[in-house]
Design a protein around this ligand. Structure first.
Ligand SMILES: [Zn+2]
Ligand SMILES: [Zn+2]
Ligand SMILES: [Zn+2]
Length: 210
């Protein structure tokens, strides 16, 4: 028996009269009464569909569709940040005792650290470690240059005004420790900025005064 992620819920009702549970975001493709979600799996499961997957041109089993969704998340780490930063549940049509792409999304979101500064700008630092297959190792001020295998990302997300920027450090298999250290340092910096005085100093140091 499959155990769904605690933030996953199920849309009920018939095809044309969907009922979305409270405080839930529809995480699927476009359906009658449900707008397409950015979190939808672009690789549909073939459950009596008229057409095969529009991307691959073949019909996917559930296991295949979920595996392709993992790749999609690898290529779109901002989706995982967004899922981690919003305080909603995620809904799909899948029965809760069956695997669903939403579980993959939320399992990854659980690995992300979200640190809200609680300031006027509603700043959040979102720190995550991702698998990569591009980029060069930055160890030794960029002298290593072996192929990158993991990257640490620090997304600074502000709402007032809306501004998002992402710092990223890529490392090779030999220098994974750098990624662990970088992540710990970024998280510690963000926690320090939860102190309003430190935050004001930080904003002044980057040229923001208000
Ligand atoms: Zn596909
Ligand atoms: Zn589903
Ligand atoms: Zn390296």
């Amino acid at each position: 028996m499959h155990t769904p992620h605690p933030r996953r819920v199920q849309v009920t009702g018939d095809m044309f009269h969907p009922h979305l549970p409270d405080r839930a975001h529809w995480a699927g493709r476009q359906r009658p009464g449900l707008a397409k979600s950015p979190f939808a799996n672009p690789h549909p499961v073939d459950a009596g569909r008229k057409t095969p997957c529009p991307i691959c041109g073949i019909r996917h089993t559930l296991a295949e569709a979920i595996s392709l969704y993992r790749q999609h998340l690898d290529q779109n780490p901002d989706l995982v940040c967004l899922a981690a930063a919003v305080d909603v549940r995620f809904a799909c049509r899948c029965p809760l005792d069956q695997p669903c792409h939403v579980d993959e999304l939320l399992a990854r979101a659980d690995q992300v650290t979200v640190i809200a500064l609680g300031d006027d700008r509603d700043t959040k630092f979102i720190v995550q470690t991702i698998a990569v297959s591009t980029g060069e190792c930055s160890h030794g001020h960029g002298s290593c240059r072996k192929p990158g295998v993991i990257a640490v990302r620090n997304t600074i997300d502000q709402q007032h005004p809306t501004e998002v920027s992402t710092l990223r450090v890529t490392v090779c298999a030999d220098h994974r420790d750098d990624a662990v250290r970088m992540r710990a340092a970024w998280e510690a910096d963000a926690r320090e900025l939860q102190d309003p005085i430190k935050n004001a100093e930080f904003l002044a140091s980057v040229g923001v005064t208000d």
